[in-house]
Ligand binder design. Structure first.
Ligand SMILES: *Cc1c(COP(=O)(O)O)cnc(C)c1O
Length: 220
């Protein structure tokens, strides 16, 4: 199946109000251009330098999302153009994003990553850490970032019930926070293997890679 066909199949399964982030990490610019020509405008990358290189080459009306774990010292390279940073999992990173955004006179939208998976390998904050960040004086005084919601990754398991429960945990916490943080509008959950389940559980942003672009080969 072509990228064009994959995209159109997936778009038919995604309701209005759910944003599709096409995860193009490891894939060449030509693949992104093909998706772009099919109308896709939102793309996700997980390495800052790779995203910057692609940004340089591709049309400027693309909305670039950083979905990977962040290294603070590289935030400066994307501060000019990144539209949404999904995986913020420390206060230090938030401080750095604010600082770099200020240099460009921008406000950068961010999502805090809640750890919902059982696996140790997944990054993320606890609910308590998220509450502490959002209620802190330092956070309230950051003028160049806007936390617009939460992101989470479910465990990589076969057990659908477990995945469902993890997504439900994220949605419940998101709804709780939204009461006091009225700027919240984004809950990013769901990937190629579980995005339909995530949408059922209330996701409004899915990050889909291999189902659009095919499997990734990390050894190329
Ligand atoms: C790679 C990645 C995705 C997309 O994964 P697929 O299974 O290929 O859809 C989504 N979210 C994050 C954070 C990723 O790193």
């Amino acid at each position: 199946m072509s990228i064009f066909q994959n995209l159109s199949t997936i778009k038919h399964t995604i309701p209005k109000g759910v944003t599709l982030v096409a995860v193009s990490k490891t894939k060449p610019v030509s693949d992104i251009q093909e998706a772009y020509d099919a109308g896709q405008r939102v793309f996700g990358e997980n390495k800052i330098q790779e995203m910057v290189a692609k940004y340089d080459e591709l049309p400027k009306d693309i909305s670039w999302h950083m979905i990977g774990h962040l290294q603070s010292n590289k935030v400066k390279y994307m501060a000019l153009f990144v539209d949404l940073i999904h995986g913020v999992d420390s206060f230090t990173t938030l401080i750095e994003i604010n600082k770099q955004a200020k240099k460009h006179n921008r406000v950068i939208n961010c999502l805090l990553q809640l750890k919902i998976a059982q696996e140790d390998s997944k990054f993320g904050l606890t609910k308590e850490e998220i509450n502490n960040i959002l209620s802190s004086y330092d956070y309230k005084n950051m003028e160049n970032i806007k936390v617009v919601g939460l992101m989470g990754m479910a465990s990589f398991v076969e057990d659908e019930q477990q995945i469902k429960n993890e997504f439900a945990t994220l949605k419940t916490f998101y709804d709780e926070l939204k009461v006091h943080h009225t700027q919240f509008n984004t809950i990013s959950m769901g990937m190629s293997g579980d995005y339909e389940l995530a949408i059922e559980q209330g996701s409004n942003m899915v990050r889909v890679g291999s189902a659009i672009f095919g499997n990734r080969n990390y050894h190329q």
